[in-house]
Write a protein that binds this ligand. Structure first.
Ligand code: MN3
Length: 242
C-alpha cells in the first residue's frame, strides 16, 4: 500500500493540478485522478491474488486484473499516444470527456475505475468507517446500515454493465450513484458528478465465475473485503481537492 501511495504522490508532483470545466483549480496533488498522466500504468494489487477468498475468488481476481484491467490500460495508452491528451492529467480528460472519442472514454474509465476498485479491497483493513467519514455517513444516510442498503440497491439495479459509487460532490457532500459501462462520477457525462471514494464493479466479469447470475450475493459479500481505511483516505483527499 505504501508503495502505491508513494507512486501516486510522485506522479502527482509531476502532473500538478487539474481544472474543473469552470476553470476552478483543484487544491491537491493527492487525489488520484488529479495526478495521473500518460503513459498510464496500473499501480499493482495491494494484496495477493488469493487474499480475497472466499468472497472474491482467485481466478476472478487474476483474470479481472491481468486481462481486463490490463486491456483497458493498454488501449487507453494506444488511444492517447500521439495526441494532445498525452500532456493532460486524467482529471482534465475526465472533465472534458464528452469532447473525446469513445475509445478514450471507455478505456480511461476502465483504467481509473479499476485503480480505485483494487486499492480499496483487502481482508485486513477497517470493516467499518470511522472518524469524520463515519459521522458524515450517519449525517447523510442516517446510519451505516442505511447507507449500505442505498449503495447495494444502486449496484443491484444498474441494468447491464456498470458501477455503483460513494462520492463527494463539488460542495463536499456525500452521495451514492451508479453509472453505465465505464463512466465515473468525475466525467462531465455522468448524471451526478463528484469525487468517487468507494466503488463496486458490477460488470459480469467481476463476479460471474463465482456467483453466476447472483449479483446481489456478490454485492453483500463485497462488504467483507472493503478496506475502510483506504476509503477514509480517499475521502480526506477528495475534501482537500475542493
Ligand atoms: Mn471490471
Amino acid at each position: 500500500m505504501k508503495k502505491i501511495l508513494l507512486l501516486v504522490i510522485g506522479l502527482g508532483l509531476l502532473a500538478g493540478c487539474g481544472k474543473l470545466e469552470n476553470n476552478k483549480q483543484f487544491n491537491t496533488t493527492e487525489y488520484g485522478a488529479t495526478m495521473l498522466k500518460y503513459p498510464y500504468e496500473r499501480a499493482g494489487l495491494p494484496f495477493r491474488l488469493n487474499d480475497l477468498e472466499p468472497y472474491m475468488d482467485t481466478k476472478t481476481v487474476d483474470i479481472h486484473y491481468n486481462k481486463h484491467h490490463k486491456g483497458y490500460t493498454d488501449k487507453l495508452n494506444a488511444a492517447i499516444a500521439g495526441t494532445d491528451l498525452e500532456k493532460k492529467s486524467l482529471i482534465e480528460i475526465f472533465r472534458n470527456i464528452s469532447q473525446y472519442p469513445d475509445a478514450v472514454l471507455n478505456n480511461s474509465g476502465g483504467f481509473y475505475n479499476h485503480e480505485l476498485f483494487w486499492a480499496q479491497l483487502s481482508q485486513d483493513g477497517a470493516k467499518k468507517p470511522t472518524g469524520k467519514l463515519a459521522e458524515e455517513i450517519d449525517k447523510t444516510f442516517e446510519s451505516f446500515e442505511t447507507f449500505q442498503k442505498v449503495f447495494e440497491s444502486a449496484a443491484a439495479s444498474r441494468f447491464g454493465s456498470g458501477w455503483a459509487w460513494l462520492s463527494v460532490d463539488f460542495n463536499g457532500r456525500l452521495f451514492v450513484s451508479s453509472t453505465p459501462n465505464q463512466v465515473n462520477p468525475l466525467m462531465d457525462v455522468a448524471e451526478e458528478q463528484g469525487f468517487p471514494i468507494l466503488c463496486i464493479d458490477v460488470w459480469e466479469h467481476a463476479y460471474y465465475l463465482l456467483y453466476q447470475n447472483r449479483r446481489p450475493e456478490y454485492i453483500k459479500n463485497f462488504w467483507n473485503i472493503v478496506n475502510w481505511d483506504v476509503v477514509a483516505e480517499n475521502y480526506e483527499n477528495a475534501l482537500k481537492a475542493l
